[in-house]
Design a binder for this molecule. Sequence first.
Ligand SMILES: [Zn+2]
Length: 406
Amino acid sequence: MEFDKALSDILEVKKPWFIREIDVHKGTKSVNVFIDYEERTTFKCPNCEQQCKVHDSRYRVWRHLNIVDYRCYLNVKVPRIKCDRHKVLVIGEVPWGRLNIHFTHLFEQEVMKLCAEMSVSAVAKQLGEVDTTLWSIFHYQIEQAKKKQLNFSEVRRICVDETASKRGHNYVTIFSDADSGDVLYATEGRTQESFAGLYSELFEHMGDPNYINQFIMDMSKSYKAGWAQYFSHTQIIFDRFHIKKGLNEAIDKVRKSEVGHVEKLKRTRYLWLKNQCDLNEVETRMLKEFMEDCNYNTVKAYSLKAGFDQLWNVQPKAVEPLLEVWINKAKNTYLAPIKTFINTIKNNYNGIISSMKTGLTNAAAEGINSIIQLTKSRARGFRNVNNFISMIYMLGNDFKFYHSTK
Ligand SMILES: [Zn+2]
């Protein structure tokens, strides 16, 4: 009986519950623990809380944490009570697990702990369960954690990013706190409506759109429209990476239009796109050779790049005059893609100037990027958009998965 007592402590079996029997099966390496309740126990009606007599009962099984390497199952005699007002119904809860699921709270907690460290399919393998089962636990736990643990009352600056859950399909928009890096809201699509979702989500978690003062995002039409509709009182700051990408794309277009008659430019795409400090020795020498001959349009376009990058490193009051100088220099190249890029600057002027002036680093955006990469590997093989979104919440927040026995 000493063992029973110890096991009762470990499994937190408290009155009126008691362990009736323990069945160890060597062949299947499983332990079945049978838990009953004391005779004449009354239970609360889940609807009106009145103490009621038991009508009948049957065993329900929950998988629990392993005991050493034996699978452990709790077979709990779950009563149905007879309430005067609500007739016969199952009691509202048992201490070990949710009533409609075959895993204990501690098992679910273990699933979440493992999912933070490895892919869901690896967790499924380790625990010997199918991954669809684990995903449903996962979604439930994430929803609970969101409900109880997300608090947006301190959020002031929001980053907006997009990613595809599968290559080229199912876009997901991710809003994150630019200061803490936490994921606030992730949703399918990359539309104006994504911002509507964020707007109501803020209220849901003690936030207030009026407390938000900055949005950091790319220059896409739909995001701009979403911002204008719901957050036009905030400052818009275009993401440095996306602005620079615009110039890189323009340079690449220039190269493409020239590569047909300049053999030397073939296979040099990355030479012009990479940062100078990332070039290897051979590339550096190649670039130097090109730069000595500024008759190439590609060289002309490329020579605008360093000056443009510098605009993020100058005094805020110097940004606008220096940008003006840069634009004039860029105009003088008479290159169509560069002209288009100048128009982009003009159409997004305030957000670009703000980016240069605030000198906001891409740290937050990079943080989100690494979360996205990690999400892709954790949700591997099971990348439907909902799994993907739940995994983003998991990896983008510091959720705690509690368990408490009443
Ligand atoms: Zn009742």
